[in-house]
Design a protein around this ligand. Structure first.
Ligand code: CTP
Ligand code: MG
Length: 181
């Protein structure tokens, strides 16, 4: 596969994982997942991880995957490369995994004494990537193996933090997020 094909595949395949966190920011609120419970001196997850945000994010990412399936043939022709389509379980895995990765990161942040909204460089940018890839691997292993070849994985791990910083910066400037990370 040529370089353009690898980059296009990586971004396309990760789109259902990029959207959930942003959807959660827009739709979040209501009951926190941890129900206010604490572990030690800190909240288990904190008020920033809600049932509504998690459900909305998972749904949004899954719908993006279905939308990409519809747009795939036309866009593939445009970029001159056959882009992957998403079996339902692959879409759900990427979307739900992105949310779970983010939730796992909040768990670690609270354990390390970081308050809600505190930055954890590195973890903030890659938590949802690890979650999405792991969950997609579990729910759709064959699809995962054919889609995420080693070069594609390398592009995902390098390009995602950059995209994440840019999109969160924009969300912050638009007043949608309280912090630019
Ligand atoms: N959000 C949500 N449910 C999730 C993830 C996010 O409701 N599973 C919403 C919350 O309103 C949250 C906002 O999106 O405040 C921003 O998400 P994020 O930056 O992940 O949460 P923080 O509030 O910064 O909390 P944390 O320190 O735990 O990351
Ligand atoms: Mg945050």
């Amino acid at each position: 596969m040529d370089t353009l094909g690898v980059v296009a595949t990586a971004l396309w395949a990760m789109l259902p994982a990029y959207v959930p966190n942003n959807a959660a920011v827009l739709a979040g609120g209501g009951r926190p997942i941890d129900g206010g419970r604490t572990m030690g001196d800190s909240r288990l997850l904190g008020d920033g991880k809600t049932w509504r945000g998690t459900a909305a994010g998972t749904l949004a990412g899954t719908l993006v995957a279905l939308g990409l399936n519809a747009a795939g043939p036309a866009v593939s022709e445009l970029v001159g490369h056959s882009l992957p389509s998403f079996p339902l379980l692959a879409g759900v895995g990427l979307a739900l995994g992105a949310m779970l990765g983010d939730i796992g990161a909040s768990f670690l942040k609270r354990r390390s004494g970081r308050k809600r909204g505190a930055a954890f460089p590195g973890l903030d940018q890659l938590d949802f990537v690890v979650g999405a890839l792991a969950c997609a691997f579990v729910l759709a292993p064959v699809w995962f193996g054919t889609t995420f070849t080693l070069p594609v994985l390398v592009v995902v791990v390098v390009a995602t933090p950059v995209l994440h910083v840019v999109t969160n910066g924009i969300a912050y400037l638009l007043g949608l997020k309280n912090e630019p990370w």
